[in-house]
Design a protein around this ligand. Structure first.
Ligand code: NAD
Length: 501
């Protein structure tokens, strides 16, 4: 499926919540948040923030849909048909969703086109997985049959970030509802436009009211009200590590399980046994893909000393030629960063790097050729050691940090010397090198000789401060369902008859 944008689409003047199958229109007043186009810096919409009362209405709708609605009780073929219909409707509206996403996030169309396909595929994939759920039986104990069934767990709070809303929020919902759960989705307050349309499309596709409810607003207001609500049974969160820590603490106090997909500072290790052309392409894609705003960015590029100078020189030459521009154009490689404060934070790492003794190799400032928009030049620095803050902290922008190493052991030690453990990339044609990295790197995914390739059948998630739990068929099944053992005697059971004699 190719996604092209041939026209503009209408934008809601006010983005409101969507609860129990309908937009919230009743609230005349409330806290409004400006929705800004990062390319033009213009306000393009206003988000009407959901307060605690609106979050309560959303959780109540989700609760009703779960406790007495059709969705959890529906025959799986019908539920699967609805999820497939969601896939088809998302595809039918791909151009509009991509338009809203590019406009609101600044992500270039070539990235968003992939996200739109992923979004639709997420529903298809997890519908199929849920339709194959089966239980266990135990007959070893004489006279008894015990069987174990899986049941949906209840109402989820699903919280998503701004860096790839369609791909990531759809993942939160698609791993949750196919088992029969219902949810309240809270996307980022910075990027609500595609989210509102996505949830409308779910309903146009036949999703019963109350199964997916949308609330918008800041984390400290709307998000906090959702995580603290006694009516939710679990939280699925994708976002930053410090937010994840706060959410896990709240959920822990309320004894609610949490699945956390958090940040990263992943090593992209290039050995002298690599196919250097491909490794170079992969290193550029790993840090500049998605405007550099991706949890799985290969942001620490470790290069073996013998090939380092030549490779870094070519990386810098290519970085200087990357096409910055309007994210709606198919030729744009990097768009503006998502919002002003984020751009300022990314740029602040240039001084942080220098203070730690790093050398600026290229970029490091706002784009001189764009008089509007949060564009920054693709940036690269050479770090003195892995202790530098640019090697330890997630920058989350088009900002590469280089380090050199001499041996395989040293590369693995540097890669693991991080509080994060989301993914790692390895470039080498030597089998032993690859196998050692695969075994010894402490991260949830190791990509060998490839840029990011998301295999939905495999678990995705992080070690250490990159998260708790995984997305994937087995892991999502475990998180989003409860196990119930039913124990039945086949013959009458001999019981002690209390008080009978
Ligand atoms: P963030 O943590 O600031 O916000 C994520 C979401 O949490 C937003 O919807 C926000 O409003 C909400 N939130 C904030 N405080 C909250 C609170 N106290 N209670 C409830 N909700 C709250 O993250 P971000 O800046 O939107 O996204 C970038 C981060 O997400 C990066 O660290 C990135 O690595 C991470 N991320 C991880 C993955 C993954 O799969 N591991 C994928 C994408 C992004």
């Amino acid at each position: 499926m190719t996604v092209r944008i041939s026209r503009s689409f209408p934008i809601n003047e006010h983005v409101t919540s969507f609860i129990d199958g309908a937009p919230v229109t009743s609230k005349a007043k409330g806290h409004d948040i400006e929705v800004v186009n990062p390319t033009t810096e213009q306000v393009i919409s206003r988000l009407r923030e959901a307060d605690a009362a609106e979050v309560d209405a959303a959780v109540t709708a989700a609760r009703r849909a779960f406790d007495s609605g059709r969705w959890p009780r529906m025959d799986i073929t019908e539920r699967k048909d609805i999820l497939y219909s969601i896939r088809d409707h998302l595809r039918k509206n791909a151009e509009e969703l991509a338009y809203l996403e590019c406009l609101n996030t600044g992500l270039p169309l070539h990235s968003v086109a992939v996200h739109v396909q992923r979004m639709a595929r997420n529903f298809e994939f997890f519908a199929e997985v849920a339709s194959n759920v089966h239980g266990e039986t135990y007959t070893q104990t004489a006279g008894y049959l015990t069987y174990v069934t899986r049941e949906p767990k209840g109402v989820a709070g699903c919280i998503a970030p701004w860096n790839a809303p369609l791909a990531l929020a759809s993942m939160r919902v698609a791993t949750c509802i196919p088992w029969g759960n219902t949810c309240v989705l809270k996307p980022s307050e910075y990027t609500p436009l595609s989210m509102r349309r996505m949830v409308e499309i779910f309903h146009e596709a036949g999703l019963p009211p109350g199964v997916v409810n949308l609330v918008n607003g800041r984390g400290a207001v709307t998000g906090d009200a959702l995580v603290n609500h006694p009516g939710i049974d679990m939280v699925g969160f994708t976002g930053g590590t410090s937010t994840g820590r706060a959410i896990a603490a709240t959920a822990g106090r309320n004894l609610k399980p949490v699945a956390l997909e958090l940040g990263g500072k992943s090593a992209n290790i290039i050995f002298d046994t690599a196919d250097v052309e491909r490794a170079l392409d992969g290193a550029l894609a790993g840090i500049f893909g998605n405007n550099g705003q991706q949890c799985l960015a290969g942001s620490r590029i470790l290069v073996q000393r013998g090939i380092a100078d030549a490779l870094i020189e070519r990386f810098v030459a290519r970085a200087k030629k990357i096409r910055l521009g309007d994210p709606l154009l198919p030729t744009t490689e990097i768009g503006p960063l998502a919002f002003r404060q984020h751009m300022e934070r990314v740029l602040s790492f240039v001084d942080i790097a220098k203070a730690d003794g790093a050398t600026l190799l290229t970029g490091g400032k706002r784009s001189a050729v764009h008089d509007k928009g949060w564009f920054i030049e693709p940036t690269a620095v050479m770090a003195p050691t892995n202790d530098a803050r640019v090697c330890q902290e997630e920058i989350f922008g088009p900002f590469a940090t280089f380090l050199t190493f001499d041996t395989l052991d040293e590369a693995i030690r540097i890669a693991n010397d991080s509080k994060f453990g989301l993914v790692n990339y390895v470039w080498s044609e030597d089998l032993n090198t690859v196998m050692r990295c695969s075994r010894d790197i402490r991260a949830g995914t190791v990509w060998v000789n490839t840029p990011m390739m998301r295999e939905l059948r495999a678990p995705f998630g992080g070690y250490k401060e990159s998260g708790i739990g995984r997305d994937g068929p087995q892991a999502s099944l475990e998180f989003f369902t409860e196990l119930k053992a039913t124990i039945i005697p086949i013959d009458p059971v001999k019981m002690h008859r209390y008080g009978a004699s």
